[in-house]
Design a protein around this ligand. Sequence first.
Ligand code: NAP
Length: 313
Amino acid sequence: MERISPCRLFEQNPGRFQLNRRVILGKIADMRITIIGLGLIGGSLGLALKRSGITDLKIIGVPRREETIQQAINIGAIDEGTTDHIKGSADADIVFICTPINLILPVISEIGPTLKKGAIVTDVGSSKYEIVSQAEKATPKGIYFVGGHPMAGKETVKLEAAEADLFKDKKWILTKTSKTSIRAIEQLENLVRTTGATPQIMDPKTHDLAVAAISHMPLAVAAALVNTIADEPEKELMGRIASSGFRDTTRIASGDPILGVDMFKTNQKAVLKMIKAFKQSLSRLEGLIKNGDGEAMNEELEKAKNFRDAIFR
Ligand code: NAP
């Protein structure tokens, strides 16, 4: 792959970066990035960063298992690796924690004291308020934590499923609070852009409610929908004739249950709020079906069609 200097990269495609030459030219080049957790998200991040053409970018991978190190080097996701969280992050400028959610805070507590001054720590966990508020307390002075969540993924997880284009044209949420360092968030914005994603800044609570609405509650609904059929005496027949409509509606129910449990547990309040709203919406439709009110049913379906078409136009 042709190595492009940061100056050329910036000149060729300035729109890909925010117009902040000092950060781009002075910081993104010659940087050590550690990725802890080399699964779907961590592996895809490594692949995307390695492909970005940024010069002198060293990527250190920290998986759980020794054999994953060579696997990640072979596919070009990292330059080197170790299974030791502390060793792998001690010299890092930026650390991405890409483990399951329940490990994010323990990893921060473990590596925090030995990180170098000025290091930035971020995560990719799909809920933010709990992680960000605890992480801000746990981060030692001189280390900067910014919560993150790439709005990208798929049902298959682990390193084998990683792809360099996973974040392309997707949003990557970075959270901002009164404690967030502007330098840290700007630097992450620029780095996230090199993966093809568009950074979007918001506060952790706003993130959690929005993500409960468009990701966590839909997972609960998809799982409940599939289980409704699974509990029917005629489930074999129903499954045999199920086609693309049922498949599309329930796709996310095939995701890793462990990640789903993490979402529900760490975003409980917002998920319950959105499930309540969903039940009200379903009851409204149920009432219209019961009454046989075709015009009102049409209005309800039209409203859904218009909003969905506007989102995915
Ligand atoms: P994944 O493919 O299962 O990756 C998680 C990785 O963490 C696995 O490779 C696992 O190792 C590794 N790991 C577990 N314990 C570890 C430890 N102690 N030290 C280092 N690595 C460890 O799952 P993922 O989809 O990438 O999810 C990772 C994070 O991304 C989660 O926090 C999730 O909320 C977030 N996220 C996921 C999606 C999605 O659609 N999947 C989207 C956005 C954000 P093994 O391979 O040995 O199990």
